[in-house]
Design a protein around this ligand. Structure first.
Ligand code: T3D
Length: 264
């Protein structure tokens, strides 16, 4: 079918990564997983990359696992635990651990792992026509890719249960209303809005932003006491960056800051 399951564009200060299996609504096969792993490795190694934009080609964002690779033959059952261990869990850990912001531009339906990959990005922008489907229960599976962790935190316990157990599509506007995503925009302005955000992050104090990500992630399990200590430690680190010094100088001189995104 598709020769290139992933497209990577090097933009000014960020990378755009497009899931590219539009005939299958960008469902994941092993080749797309591997290409995405490589793209994330390369982005992280590139000091000029200060944000990542993740989107889908065609009318869908991502329909989760490609089920045509899962059709059971006879008694032989696929080992889904192995697939999760090899691909989905490392992907979610990777996305959350990237040292710059990850923006999902959800251009259409995001189903199964596709929905939860989006929910694990730092900022989710969605086209008005997009929707999120916890499709797992329709085929006898459990929400994965961090779904059972992220859903109660984003939507609250009652809504998380409804979404996971009923597997009904959640329209983007409702997801925005429930506080699960950053913003819904008109379909034809999705990419320009997402690129605007990336351009903003490409000239932001990147190290400071990565420390913010760490602090917010840690707050999921920390006590207030632990979090206060962590904030002290991270603030010390942030205060040692040249971007902090530049931010203060620029404020005092009443000009726009020129952040390098580097530590020193
Ligand atoms: O297996 C493991 O490794 C464990 C990990 C699992 C992670 C998971 O993500 S499990 C969940 C897998 N995903 C799904 O169950 C979603 C399946 N897709 C759908 O329910 C629907 O396609 C959508 C709700 C996403 C969209 O519906 P609709 O009506 O807009 O589109 P459609 O007509 O159903 O799909 C368009 C085409 O894409 C169609 O192909 P065709 O008929 O035009 O040749 C359809 O078969 C194909 N497609 C959509 N999703 C998948 C898919 N093909 C393979 N796998 C898919 N996941």
């Amino acid at each position: 079918m598709d020769e290139t399951p992933l497209l990577v564009d090097r933009c000014d200060g960020y990378r755009r990564v497009t899931l590219n299996r539009p005939q299958r609504l960008n469902a994941f096969n092993d080749a797309m997983h591997r290409a995405l792993q490589t793209a994330l490795d390369e982005a992280e190694r590139d000091p000029s990359c200060r944000a990542l934009l993740l989107t889908g080609a065609g009318r869908g964002f991502c329909a989760g696992q490609d089920l045509s690779d899962r059709v059971a033959s006879g008694d032989k059952k696929p080992d889904l635990g192995k697939s999760i261990d090899t691909f989905y869990n490392p992907l979610i850990r990777r996305l959350r651990g990237l040292s710059f912001p990850v923006i999902a531009a959800v251009n259409g339906v995001a189903a199964g792992a596709g929905a939860n990959i989006a929910f694990n990005c730092d900022i989710v922008l969605a086209a008005r026509s997009a929707s999120f489907v916890q499709a797992f229960a329709r085929i006898g599976l459990v929400p994965d890719s961090g779904g059972t962790w992220v859903l109660p935190r984003l939507a609250g316990a009652a809504r998380a249960r409804g979404l996971a157990l009923l597997a009904e599509p959640l329209p983007a506007e409702k997801a925005e209303g429930w506080g699960m995503i950053w913003k819904v925009v008109d379909d034809d302005s999705l990419m320009s809005e997402a690129e605007k955000l990336c351009a903003h992050f490409a000239s932001a104090p990147t190290v400071g932003l990565s420390l913010i990500k760490r602090a917010l992630d840690a707050s999921e399990t920390n006590t207030l006491d632990e979090q206060l200590d962590l904030e002290r430690d991270l603030q010390r680190e942030a205060g040692n960056t040249s971007d902090y010094a530049e931010g203060v100088r620029a404020f005092m001189e009443k000009r726009a800051p020129a952040f390098t995104g580097r530590k020193r």
